[in-house]
Design a protein around this ligand. Structure first.
Ligand SMILES: O=C(O)c1cc(=O)[nH]c(=O)n1[C@@H]1O[C@H](COP(=O)(O)O)[C@@H](O)[C@H]1O
Length: 279
């Protein structure tokens, strides 16, 4: 079984590093002429998948925008994720789960078990109940050839005080999270491969301020914050330095705002911008 890290690396090699976020905000649904309903988010998601298939390798549905519609919204999310995976896209479920270990295991099983209704290729998780609480999820991921993206340094300025705080040994919380997860990656990642436990580091984050250095072994970096939140594709190299080749650049509103008629062209244009970035 090919690991998630290696599947992701192949997707980036084949189709570039742009990840299209599927975030059906109520305001976007209105702009797209769709209802704020389960049917609306389903249609929105399927159209984004259609525009992304063949143009990029990765999509990231934001689970929160499907949840307001209850079971019908979750069914819509299942349909969108299945359509994306059937179209050959890697699906990163942006669920940002985080809980005590035993509860976390159930979240991991829901999103990362092959054949599960909500099966994704990877999910985002929050380590703020302790990286150890994620161990069961990491094991579920490994068994299924899936991936996990652990929040390390988020794109929103509100996160800085907490994530940049000093641990007793002087490292930042962000650096401590990276060290703990990297130690697990070192045990499970064959030499020369991309690890399957990645990190979320916002494109707006100052690495020095966050106390981050390049990851060993190499682990993918999910980097939201490009586009609407202000980071520019052309800055990728400067912002991520040595880690730039591992970056999955995620954009949602800056692409989705093109509307149903313009999204395919917008995806192609943004993908082209990232293809021009020399890392
Ligand atoms: O995990 C994420 O994807 C994430 C982490 C982070 O640090 N910042 C962040 O914005 N995100 C998500 O990335 C997407 C950003 O959307 P745009 O700002 O519209 O590109 C949203 O779905 C956020 O929830």
């Amino acid at each position: 079984m090919t690991s998630f890290g290696e599947r992701l690396r192949s997707a980036v090699d084949a189709r570039g590093r742009l990840c299209v976020g599927i975030d059906p905000h109520a305001s976007l649904l209105a702009e797209w002429g769709l209802d704020a309903s389960a049917a609306g988010v389903r249609e929105f998601g399927l159209r984004v998948v259609e525009a992304s298939a063949g143009a990029v390798g990765i999509v990231k549905p934001q689970v929160s925008f499907f949840e307001p519609y209850g079971s019908a919204g979750i069914a819509a999310l299942e349909d969108v994720m299945r359509a994306a995976r059937d179209a050959g896209l890697l699906v990163l479920a942006d669920a940002k789960r985080g809980d005590i270990g035993s509860t976390m295991d159930a979240y991991g099983a829901a999103w990362l078990t092959p054949g599960s209704p909500l099966e994704a290729d990877a999910m985002t998780v929050s380590p703020f109940l302790g990286v150890g609480a994620l161990d069961g999820t990491f094991k579920i991921a490994e068994r299924g050839g899936k991936g996990v993206f652990v929040l390390a340094a988020t794109s929103n300025p509100d996160g800085r005080a907490l994530q940049g705080a000093a641990l007793s040994d002087g490292r930042t919380v962000s650096a401590g999270i990276v060290a703990e997860v990297s130690a697990r990656n070192a045990r499970t990642t064959p030499e020369g491969e991309w690890a399957s436990l990645g990190f979320v580091v916002g494109a707006t984050v100052d690495w020095q301020e966050a106390g981050l250095t390049a990851f060993a072994p190499p682990a993918p970096i999910l980097a939201p914050g490009f586009g609407f939140q202000g980071a520019d594709a052309g800055e990728l190299d400067r912002r991520f330095g040595e880690a730039a080749p591992l970056v999955i650049a995620s954009e949602s509103r800056s692409i989705l705002s093109a509307g149903p008629g313009g999204i395919a062209a917008r995806v192609a244009e943004r993908a082209e911008q990232y293809a021009r970035v020399d890392v």
